[in-house]
Every structure is written in C-alpha cells, then in structure tokens.
Design a protein around this ligand. Structure first.
Ligand code: T4K
Length: 377
C-alpha cells in the first residue's frame, strides 16, 4: 500500500512552463485586474467553449451566487435544495432572503419538481436549484412551474461545467446560471466563478454589480461589491481550457472503471448518470445502504485509515446547520429523501491524475469489508 494519501480530488494544472509567458505579459503590462485583457479573452473563450451567449467572470462562485440574486432583485422567499454545499443557502441569507427547502429526487439528488408547487407562498420570488454532481435538474419541469407562478430561476451550476443536453449547454436554462472555478472543480482557475446570462443588458448590470456599482469612472448607481476575477486567474483559465476536454475524458474512464469494479457489491450502489447528457464526471458518489457491515461512516473511517480520503458531500444537510434548522421547511419530515441520501452518500476520489491502479485499490478497499457473498446474505 502506498503511504501517500489520496484525496477526494486533486486540482488539474497545466505544465508550469506554459503559464510563464502569461505571467510575463502581466508583469510587462502591469494590468493585474479590473477587466483586463485576459479577463476579456477568457469571457469570450468560455462563451464559445460552453456555447452560452454572455458570461461575467467572478472571483469565486459564492460571490457570483450572491450577485446573481441581486442582479434579478430577488427578495422574500426562494425555494432551494437542502442537499448542496453551504454556499447555496448562504447566498440567500447574504441577500436577506429566506430559504425554503424542498426535498430532492432520489435518482438525481436534485430538487424534486413534483414538490416545488406546494412550497410556493405569496412571498416566493424565485427557485434556486442545484445541478448536483453535474447531473442536470429537470429543467423543463422547473421552467413550467416558474412560468406558471411568475418566478425567476437561478441555477447553482457550480458542478455543471461543460454539461450538455442535446448539444446545448445546460447553463442556458433558467434566468441565470452560476459556475464555480474553485480548485476542486472540473475546470479551475485556483479560485473563480461566473454568471451566465442571456442578454447584454443583464451582463452590463452584473458587470457593474461586481465592480462596486460603477457604470463609468464617476458614477456609482448601486451598492455593488468587489467580485472581479484577477488577470492571473483569467490567464490560468485560458490555459486550463486547452486541457479540459481531455480531463473530462479521463474522468469518464475513471467513472466507468469504478462502476465496473463495484458492480457486484449489493450494499453499495453507484447512482446512474441519467439522461442523454454530456456529463462531466465531477464527482463519484456511492450510496452505502443499511446492509453494509460498517455503515457509511464506518466505511468512510476505514478508507481514511487506509489513506483514502473520500468526502460525505452533502452531509450534513444545509437544513441542519444552526442558521437554517429552525426554518419550518428544515423539518426532517419535510425532507425524507434528502435525509436518507445525506446519511448514505460517500464521494470517492475522482480526478484526471488518479491512476487506474489507484482506482482499483480504492474499489478493493470499498469491497474489503463486504465481499459479494456476505453482501448478498
Ligand atoms: N455551490 C455549490 C453547489 C458548490 O459545491 C460550491 C463549492 C459553491 C456553490 C461555491 O463555489 P466557490 O465559492 O467555492 O467557488 C470544497 C470547495 O471548497 C468548494 O468550492 C466546493 N463547492 C465544495 C463541494 O468542496 P471542502 O471544504 O470540501 O474543500 P477542501 O479544502 O476540504 O478540499 C477537498 C479536497 O480537495 C482536499 O481534501 C484536498 C483537495 N484539495 C483542495 C484544495 C482547496 C487540493 O488538493 N488542493 C486544493 O487547493 O469544499
């Protein structure tokens, strides 16, 4: 056994020597930030790569989420999922908005559209679904509900870089979609994020909001924030873009290898990637059911003891954190599927640099406490 720990992810980086010319340009120009040339080039390159009309780059996904809600002037209550990273719900609180948690679909880990309408009140202004693990939400059903009730839709698409349905980016659904380019994501700029929008006017408003509310050198029209991406991050993004298709291809191979190696374990389930989508294989969640001799937490500990650091994304549920748990929608009885999934999920390491032999070792460790025979008994 190698004594080098394996983490849930390891950021992809281009060869360092390829980044040096970009740094030399930055050093020569002394343009470090504030919508410089690399920032503009990356916006253009991402629009083309992703197949989206307008994009505004941000310093991280969280500030992009906060700004997206401001750009649409969302207030009151927003329907969202309890099964996500904490930034999803926090972006609502930062805007003085009340999150209303709705249960998820057990097949997709995403907001269950069949449960959304019952949660709509006179104060509801928007729906904020998450394409969890990059698996697309039921965008058609969500759009129908939003149109019927006059609600905005802001997708937290932090996991959904390059995901497509019928050759069309999943990011083109809803009023706005928000990406994260954090170190742990399929496409990273160290830290970074973006808002995808449909028209030039909205982009202009978002650009102003991320730049203190400036519309020109002397006019500030709104209390904006500083959400700008720096030139160094944008330059790295341009370089990363050259490698991301290859990275996704390697992730796909790892995904398939895990599925093959874990297929006979009856108390471990690998949720299917559903639909006719181009997936990005950003995470590899498994569900550990009650028949497992160690249980989910025992398996998590066993892997750690053997140097494999999986993560329980997304446990605990957002609805159980102190700032959310007293909301009426946080009651466990309202969220039975999310509660079950959060108790069973374990994300195994997946990243382009993970070797087949390491995948095999991880699968072997997962299988060790539960041979097919004991699992079936
Ligand atoms: N919405 C959703 C649905 C999200 O998942 C996220 C972020 C956001 C919004 C917000 O986007 P950002 O503001 O972050 O752009 C990580 C990430 O920090 C977070 O970005 C991500 N979701 C979340 C799912 O995972 P942690 O607390 O698990 O990160 P950490 O530091 O424990 O990293 C996990 C493993 O990755 C480490 O064990 C080792 C490896 N790692 C990590 C970093 C940061 C590296 O090898 N190098 C690194 O630089 O939250």
């Amino acid at each position: 056994m190698s004594d080098k720990p394996i983490f849930v992810t390891k950021p992809s980086l281009p060869p360092l020597k390829d980044f040096v010319p970009y740094l030399e340009q930055i050093w020569a120009s002394r343009i470090l930030t504030n919508s410089g040339p690399f920032h503009q080039q990356l916006e253009k390159a991402l629009c083309e790569f992703l197949g989206v009309p307008y994009i505004s780059l941000f310093a991280n996904g969280t500030i992009a989420l906060v700004t997206a809600l401001q750009a649409l002037r969302i207030t009151g209550e927003v329907i969202t999922t309890p099964y996500s990273f904490v930034a999803t719900a926090h972006s609502l609180l930062w805007n003085g908005i009340k999150p209303v948690f709705v249960d998820i679909d057990p097949r997709t880990f995403n907001l269950d559209p069949a449960r959304i309408e019952a949660a709509i009140t006179g104060d509801t202004t928007a729906i904020m679904p998450v394409h969890c693990y990059g698996q697309p939400c039921d965008v058609e059903a969500i759009q129908k509900i939003a149109a019927k009730h006059g609600l905005k839709v802001v997708y937290d698409a932090a996991h959904a870089f390059a995901v497509q349905a019928d050759g069309n980016s999943i990011l083109n659904h809803g009023d706005l979609s928000v990406l994260s380019f954090h170190a742990t994501k399929v496409f990273n700029t160290f830290e970074g994020g973006a808002i995808i929008c449909r028209d030039a006017q909205t982009k202009q408003r978002i650009d102003s909001l991320k730049n203190f509310g400036f519309v020109n050198e002397i006019s500030v029209v709104e209390p904006g924030t500083n959400g700008k991406m720096s030139e160094m991050n944008a330059a790295l993004g341009l370089l990363q873009l050259q490698h991301v298709d290859h990275a996704i291809e390697r992730r796909k191979q790892i995904d398939q290898l895990y599925r093959h190696l874990l297929a006979n374990l009856k108390s471990i389930r690998c949720p299917e990637l559903l639909g006719d989508f181009r997936h990005n294989y950003s995470y590899f969640p498994i569900l550990v059911d009650r028949r497992h001799p160690l249980g989910r937490d025992g398996l998590y500990d066993w892997l750690r003891e053997n140097g494999v650091h999986g993560r329980r994304y997304f446990y605990p549920l957002l609805s159980s954190f102190p700032m959310y748990r007293d909301l009426p929608s946080s009651a466990g009885i309202n969220l039975p599927v999310a509660v079950r999934m959060a108790d069973e999920v374990l994300c195994l390491p997946i990243y382009p640099g993970l070797a087949d032999g390491e995948v095999a070792r991880i699968a072997q460790l997962v299988a060790a406490p539960v041979s097919p025979r004991s699992a079936a008994s």
